[in-house]
Design a protein around this ligand. Sequence first.
Ligand SMILES: NC(=O)c1ccc[n+]([C@@H]2O[C@H](COP(=O)([O-])OP(=O)(O)OC[C@H]3O[C@@H](n4cnc5c(N)ncnc54)[C@H](OP(=O)(O)O)[C@@H]3O)[C@@H](O)[C@H]2O)c1
Length: 265
Amino acid sequence: MSVLFPVVVVGSGNMGAALARCLRQANPDGIIFGVDPDKSRLELLEAEGVLKPAVDDWTLPKGTLVLAIKPQVLEAVAALLKPRLGPEVVILSILAGVPLARLRLAMGTERVVRTMPNLPLTVGAGATAIATDGCSPDLIAQARALLQPTGEVVEVLESQLDAVTGLSGSGPAYVLKFLMALEDGGVLAGLPRVVARKLATATVAGTLRLVSESGEEPDVLRGQVTSPGGTTIFGLQALEQGGFTASVMQAVQAATLRSKELGKS
Ligand SMILES: NC(=O)c1ccc[n+]([C@@H]2O[C@H](COP(=O)([O-])OP(=O)(O)OC[C@H]3O[C@@H](n4cnc5c(N)ncnc54)[C@H](OP(=O)(O)O)[C@@H]3O)[C@@H](O)[C@H]2O)c1
């Protein structure tokens, strides 16, 4: 299915601008325009050729509306948007922690899809989950088409979005912590920091590429660098003595619980 143009991106901050850029790259001719009180952000995206300038009294009889504003302004923004939208418009929300029920109430329509992206979307390498329960197949297909150029897209139940937040939403911070620890380990072992950083970054990036391009299970690949009595098995033993696997699992669980708590407040 192809994206329903025109697309209106509401909120041109980090995520809204990134999504618009990905969409433009994949759709050179589609009409995309933006809404944001900060006109300089819109002008920047217009100058890049990402957005077309919007007229003040724009309406969207058909097409797609992307909500990329902060959750706390949802109701105020929705009140301004509703009179401009036709009944067939598809609304896609990336608002963290805002339930589908609140989105539908605010927007006055059932045609809303809730999604949860993550920060690497800003370089077209995101991991986004679409909550599918209660959404028609047509709505889900529209959301998939729109998000496809932003990276990996998976489908989950809305009740699983807290776990998505704990894993891929917060995950970039865990990966960066690991990267920094690898670099520090190299420095501890006597390498200059600049060398340690290059090696750590290339090791993480290269390993992820190996997983993706070889199609092998991570455990099989790990076996290939873990010879009996060799260096790697000693390194792995030290990692587990420090509780590595349990710590990462607990991080995902703690962030998931926090996401649940925030969703109730
Ligand atoms: N950042 C992430 O990693 C991430 C991950 C998953 C989901 N999200 C979700 O993505 C959404 C956007 O996050 P972000 O990091 O991109 O935030 P952001 O950089 O603050 O962007 C929000 C944008 O919305 C604008 N805005 C405020 N009021 C508006 C209005 N009435 N109409 C149109 N635009 C308005 C803001 O302008 P002002 O700055 O002038 O207020 C800003 O440009 C949030 O709901 C967040 O939960 C973010």
